[in-house]
Ligand binder design. Structure first.
Ligand code: SF4
Length: 484
């Protein structure tokens, strides 16, 4: 998946294999490749044999970091990570490079690490957490570095087991963390008490596997066993899998709704529900809520590639309209980026996407996307379709507008950079250059997931944050700008 429309598509991915017959790292590499859509800024694997760890990590995609078989570490256990920059990344004394921020993060002597941690999520108020533990966060490159340091300290040089350290430290932290970690002798998987980010357990022969998404298990032919529960810690050792639960009273399940909308792969399962089914159902609901306008001429449905394709199919089926490939994505066009000037972003979109005149010329286009976050480049997408000869363009978004920031591992930007904040749908359509713009209401989207709103995080849509909000964050500004 890509972010040709300037949206943060990625959210980090974690994977682990324990008890492989041969080396575990090739399996982890394949799993990380299957999770590449969650992050492509850096990748890393730590492999273990008889308590010793070997780490290989670097900037770039999995196939760039592990370009040859010899680039993989060796051992029957391994944990790995693909990274997308989040608000947990920091720049003490200069901007850290993608290579410096690569995970897993290790702790202990440089020549013999004793802990390796792969983290998906972001801690809320890491500075305050550090202060509560009597340490400084100033020199850390990321909240994962702090988390790893706190866990390592809690093991007291091996006097305390990693399992006890997890139960000691994690309840003192707030935020999102799906973790895969190892001390070289065992592998652990942890899902935070809100279960913001996904993490599942699989089986392949005698080996146990952990992965952010079930699609990564399928990629190596493993059997999907189950998802980890909120607050669950699994320890995988030579005797099997043992579960325990973090003691965090009052925390409710709040799985990120946008895992269903666009982060996760459509062939993954979240909360016992196929992501594909959720997106298709959202498309159907969108067609019922915002059908093609009266007077549409020879209307067609066009998906903004790639993550909106399933919702567009649902929209087309319910509307009884043809779904046409009116936009093409060019995979060889290089990496797009969220930063840079508006001109840079427009150039990136034009390099990655093109419209197909034969599909849209002279027709009313129902342009379906899964979400609208910054929206800075949606105007370019609309302009491409217009230049290809579309008669009129009606934007249909299969989720509500993002109007508030995320503190749980998704870099959607501050509230004042979110395109929908402070704009009505009509103004938004006018600024994007289309004839109309409509969004799927939150209740309809929640229904499409097959779960209840009380099981999901919807904070960036409705401001109902499942945790305390970070101190000093300009959320009040966001609230003032947000439409009621
Ligand atoms: S605030 Fe939005 S993006 Fe962040 S975890 Fe909640 S639903 Fe997901």
């Amino acid at each position: 998946m890509s972010d040709p429309t300037g949206k943060p598509r990625e959210a980090c991915g974690v994977a682990g294999v324990w008890g492989a017959t041969g080396d575990a790292a090739p399996l982890v590499r394949t799993m990380l490749t299957a999770l590449q859509h969650r992050g492509r800024q850096s990748a890393g694997i730590v492999a273990c044999r008889d308590g010793r760890m070997e780490r290989r990590a670097g900037a770039g995609r999995v196939d760039e970091v592990f370009a040859t078989p010899g680039s993989l570490p060796s051992g029957p256990g391994a944990v790995g990570h693909v990274r997308y920059a989040t608000s947990g990344d920091r720049a003490p004394g200069g901007t850290p490079s993608d290579a410096e921020l690569a995970q897993p993060v290790v702790a202990g002597p440089a020549d013999r690490p004793v802990l390796a941690v792969a983290h998906n999520g972001t801690l809320v108020d890491a500075e305050r957490a550090a202060a509560a533990h009597g340490v400084s966060h100033a020199a850390d490159h990321s909240d994962t570095a702090l988390l790893t340091r706190l866990l390592h300290t809690a093991t007291r040089g091996g006097a305390v087991s990693p399992l006890a350290a997890l139960h000691d430290v994690l309840p003192t932290l707030t935020g999102a963390y799906a973790l895969v970690l190892t001390d070289g002798l065992r592998m652990y998987g942890v899902r935070d008490p809100h279960a913001f980010r996904p993490l599942c357990l699989g089986r392949l022969g005698d080996a146990w596997l952990l992965a952010s998404e079930s699609a990564a298990l399928a990629a190596v032919g493993a059997v999907f066993v189950r998802e980890l529960e909120p607050g669950e810690v699994v320890e995988v050792n030579g005797e099997g899998v043992h579960s325990s639960w973090l003691d965090v009273p009052g925390a409710r399940r709040a799985t990120c709704l946008f895992e269903y909308v666009y982060f996760a792969r459509p062939d993954s399962v979240l909360g016992s529900r196929s992501v594909y089914r959720t997106r298709y159902a959202a498309g159907i609901a969108l067609a019922e809520h915002a059908p093609p306008p009266p007077g549409a001429v020879d209307p067609v449905v066009v998906a903004v590639p790639e993550t909106a394709r399933v919702a567009a199919d649902g929209y087309a089926w319910r509307s009884r309209l043809p779904s046409v490939q009116g936009l093409l994505r060019h995979s060889g066009a290089g990496r797009s980026f969220i930063g840079g000037s508006a001109e840079d972003r427009e150039a990136t979109v034009r390099a990655k996407l093109s419209a197909v005149p034969a599909a849209v010329a002279g027709r009313s286009v129902l342009l379906v996307d899964d979400s609208l976050v910054r929206g800075t480049t949606m105007a370019t997408v609309v302009a491409l379709v217009r230049a290809a000869g579309a008669r009129d363009i009606h934007l249909r978004i299969a989720s509500p507008p993002h109007r508030r920031p995320c503190f749980y591992g998704i870099d959607t930007g501050r509230g004042d950079t979110l395109f929908a904040a402070g704009r009505t749908d009509d103004r938004l359509a006018a600024e994007l250059g289309c004839e109309s713009a409509e969004f799927l209401p939150l209740a309809d989207l929640v229904r499409a997931t097959g779960t209840g709103a009380d099981q999901l995080c919807t904070a960036c849509l409705d401001g109902r944050y499942p945790t305390a909000e970070p101190v000093g964050h300009p959320i009040e500004l966001t609230r003032k700008r947000a439409l009621k």
